[in-house]
Each structure stands twice: as structure tokens, then as C-alpha cells.
Design a protein. Structure first.
Lengths: 157, 157
DNA sequence: CTATAAAGGTCAACAGTATTGACCTAATAC
DNA sequence: GTATTAGGTCAATACTGTTGACCTTTATAG
């Protein structure tokens, strides 16, 4: 096995350890708010697509509505998100962050941005671009990613 | 928010989607063997450090012995790993892959290597190096990663 | 030789995340 | 007026993991 193959062999380990480091700090912060990683994820995507519907959100996350229902309810109870009935179609519930929700999401995003920024700054901006390119290649095949892109394009109109 | 910050803002999404794509194919394969991702992870690390002890393995994975016990038992029952009492200290159980285990682990690793190789080949070897550098920066702070390095160094003697 | 420590195993209770399946309401579309 | 869509909810189950308690076997230190 040559050097390149040995490098590739370590990818599983890098993903395992890398993901753990990446989620560690936000996990600690949100714990104090009585929520978990799935709630963080939801806050994140609502921040990216304010006014997204429940159905569209679960398409992005690639989970069932049952998996989303309880976390959404908890976030609503904790006053981190609000659900607004759409006036063009009362069946739709549009999801938004509350002021509190915006503050928390911003705090969490900031922590994760800083963590990555520290690494990218020490390695150089080429590394940042390259890392994002590779992750994007993995992400772009996901139905959830494609759904996300669709939602973002909708917003621009 | 400038362009660089907006890039950094997408890191959570890239990790979420990227990790899902990365684990998708192996998850499908191992399902047919009646095992799951945690078992795959164990096979992987035993393949990297043949003869590792139970205690050292759980230090790498950063899980409790209770979390490791049942999966190890299942892998042993399925004849994918073997546990050998160390002759220098009968308290230690040294973990090895069986022939079947080696074949499965090799199959899974091959699938993941090929997936990454396809991406790296299309983007260039600089991308491969850069991606690994970034992931390594995240991974190296993990006690599990440090434990892993210690185990690898031990093997060389 | 005895006490202690280390490696490992196991049971129970619980939590977090997710699934499938079934069934319900309210609102819109044909 | 019926079918479809958006959303909610209950139940059962699966997977992964934790804490806490308690057990055996083996090695080591005094």
C-alpha cells in the first residue's frame, strides 16, 4: 500500500475525530439551554432560510416529520423559534428564529466559525478553499443539499 | 458579513451533509452483515492496531467500556474479530480481525477510499493534502487521536 | 501472603436520535 | 364534494451512548 492509499485509509478516523471536535463546543453551550445537537441543527437551518416550511426543513435534514416534530415543539416552547401561519396558504407554517433564537444561533455559529478560522488562518486561505471544495463534492450529491439550494434560490425572488 | 465569513457559515452544513455521504455506502454494506456503524468503527481501528487491548480501544473511541462491550461481543459471535488472552498478562485481551473480519474491513475501507479518491482526483492532489491537513488540525486535539498515535508508535517497536 | 489495583464483563436505568406505521385535522385543489 | 397536501401525534422499535453498581480474574506492592 503506497503513501497515498495510506493517507486515504485515515479518512474514516479524520471524519470521526474531526466531527467530534467540531461539535464539542456548541454541544456544551446548548446543553445549558436544555437542548441538543438536533435542535442546534434546526436553529442553524432556520437561520439560513428564514420562513422555511416544516416540510421543506425535513427535506433538507433528510429526516421524517416525526423526527422533527418534537424538537420543533421544544424550540417553540423555549421561545427560540416561532411558527407563523402563511397567509397565502394557511396550511403552511413558516419557521423563524425569535430574538432569543437569533442570539443563540449567532453565538453557536460564531464559535464554530472561529474554530475553523483559527485552523484556516494557520494553514492559509488555499487550505480553506480546498477543504470547502472537497466537502462540497461530498455534500452536493445529497437530496438535502439540493433542497437547500432550491430554498436559497427561492428566497432571492 | 463578507464572503469569507459566509463560507465559514456553511461549515456546519458541509459537515452534516459530507458525513452523511461518507457513511452512506458502508452503512448499506454492513447492514447485510447484521451490524452497524459502531461495529464498522471497531473493525476499522482493530485493523489499524491489530492486537489492541479493550481498554486502549475505548480510549481511542472515547467511549465507556459498557458502550464497547456489546458491539465487541456481537463482532466476536459473528466471527469478525477474535480475542486472544495476552501471555505476558492474562488480564489483557488482544483484539484481532479474523479472516472474515479482514475481508469485510478491507471491503468497507476500499469503498470509502474510492469515494474520496474520485473527489481528490477530480480536484487535484493539493486538495487532498489540504483537506487532510485541515481535518488533522481538528483531530489532533482529541484524546482519542493522541491515544491512537501512542498505539501506532508502540507497534513500531 | 494479603491487600489493592487493573482489565474486563455485565446488569439496570435512562437519554438522545431516529425509524415505520397508523391515524387525525385543517385547508386547498380539482 | 372528494382527493390531496401540510402538519400533528401516538405507539413500537432500533441504535448509540451514558452513569452507577457490582462481579471475576490476574497481577503487583507491601
Amino acid at each position: 500500500m503506497n503513501e497515498e492509499e495510506q493517507q486515504l485509509n485515515k479518512v474514516l478516523m479524520l471524519f470521526y475525530f474531526g466531527y467530534r471536535t467540531f461539535t464539542e463546543k456548541p454541544d456544551q453551550i446548548i446543553e445549558k439551554y436544555g437542548i441538543q445537537r438536533v435542535h442546534h441543527r434546526i436553529l442553524y437551518f432556520i437561520a439560513q432560510v428564514p420562513g422555511i416550511t416544516v416540510n421543506d426543513l425535513l427535506s433538507i435534514l433528510e429526516v421524517t416529520k416525526q423526527a422533527l416534530n418534537a424538537p420543533l415543539r421544544l424550540l417553540s416552547e423555549k421561545n427560540l423559534i416561532k411558527m407563523v401561519q402563511a397567509d397565502y396558504d394557511k396550511r403552511y407554517k413558516l419557521l423563524y428564529l425569535t430574538e432569543q433564537g437569533k442570539q443563540l444561533e449567532s453565538k453557536l455559529s460564531h464559535v464554530q466559525r472561529e474554530q475553523m478560522k483559527t485552523i484556516f488562518d494557520s494553514l492559509g486561505s488555499n487550505h480553506q478553499k480546498a477543504w470547502i471544495d472537497v466537502m462540497n463534492a461530498l455534500a452536493k450529491v445529497r437530496p438535502g443539499q439540493q433542497q437547500f439550494n432550491t430554498q436559497i434560490n427561492k428566497q432571492r425572488h
